[in-house]
Design a protein around this ligand. Structure first.
Ligand code: TXA
Ligand code: MG
Length: 311
């Protein structure tokens, strides 16, 4: 864990219009004060992020919400009570005083209170809302440990706080409360978790089986390897028998009668690390066996589907 001096340096950097990477429980974020146009611009240029993809704003206290949003519905407070701090982002109507760089010109704003102790410590120390996308180069999997951030940006950012491995491993669930409650990005806080708290239906923005996430039009979460999913063990095994001369990894949470290729168990926490490691290992193909359990995990499934589409 980082010491008080590092938090102090991070706070000073943010205050003077620079960016700082920090751990959250989901993935690492690349932060800028919402009050620094200069730092906000740096986020987009460092990541190579399209300027029409809005940022999520991080807070440490509900007192900060009125700085960011207007017409805050009761449902916001119900969700905040149940899930803040934690891996949930809530979209509300934007307060006009916040820079349109943060929200990519939208009149709505994403707000989240992370629960990683270092993130909370930093947010308390600066006491300004901090806009932070995931701290990866656009098109790379989100970073789930300190080394991933350093690999993507080397010395291009002045400070990366080291909070070890992220506990969740995929990005926060995004729910919009601007109209009827609607999930825009699935995560580990599920539709039924949200419905239990709101005591009303929560929609899932999807088309057929595909979930339509904000930022979906961008290349995302893509390893170099081509990803193929299988629901059936036999189908996967017969495909493996036809492989020759390609470096293949198999992701499976069930046994498989082959020792031809490396096999790894997978979940939300390790998926992005596996993708990054497969790039380093110059793996050509990743075969993923999606069982009934994994099929129910919409957050996990969504990240796999995105990685498939990206190729
Ligand atoms: O877990 C997370 O949410 C991480 C950590 C760092 O907090 N952050 C993260 O940020 O994943 P980013 O920028 O990689 O993804 C933010 C997503 C994007 O798909 C963006 O389009 C969506 O949230 N988003 C942000 N503001 C929005 C808004 N006002 N309306 C709709 N979608 C929004
Ligand atoms: Mg991202």
């Amino acid at each position: 864990m980082e010491d008080t001096n590092k938090i102090l340096s991070a706070t000073q950097l943010l205050k003077k219009g620079d960016v700082v990477a920090f751990p959250t429980e989901t993935v690492y974020g690349l932060g800028a004060s919402v009050y620094s146009e200069e730092a906000l611009k740096k986020i987009f240029s460092l990541k190579g992020r399209p300027t029409d993809n809005p940022l999520i704003v991080h807070i440490h206290s509900l007192d900060q919400v009125s700085l960011l949003a207007i017409n805050i519905p009761e449902d916001f407070y119900h969700l905040a009570k149940a899930f803040f701090p934690g891996p949930l982002t809530i979209i509300l109507q934007k307060n006009a005083s916040i820079s349109s760089l943060v929200t990519a010109g939208l009149d709505t704003i994403g707000i989240r209170m992370p629960r990683h102790p270092l993130a909370l410590e930093l947010l308390k120390a600066i006491n300004e809302p901090v806009a932070a996308p995931s701290a990866n180069l656009s098109g790379k999997p989100s970073p789930t440990c300190y080394e991933h951030v350093v690999n993507d940006f080397s010395n291009k950012i002045p400070l990366v706080l080291n909070g070890g491995e992220c506990e969740v491993g995929i990005e926060s669930t995004v729910i919009s409360l601007v109209r009827e409650p609607t999930i825009l990005r699935p995560g580990t806080i599920t539709q039924s978790d949200l419905e239990k708290v709101l005591k009303k239906p929560v929609k899932l923005l999807q088309k057929g089986k595909k979930i339509l996430c904000p930022g979906m039009k961008y290349r995302h979460y893509a390893p170099l390897a081509k990803i193929t999913t299988f629901n059936d063990k036999k189908e996967l095994c017969s495909k493996l028998n036809k492989i020759s001369g390609e470096r293949v990894w198999i992701l499976t949470n069930r046994g498989l009668d082959t020792d031809q290729f490396p096999m790894y168990p997978y979940n939300c926490k390790n998926l992005y690390k596996i993708f990054r490691d497969s790039d380093d290992g110059k793996i050509d193909r990743i075969f993923i066996l999606v069982g009934e359990e994994e099929e129910k995990d919409l957050g996990l499934l969504n990240r796999i589907e995105k990685a498939k589409i990206a190729k």
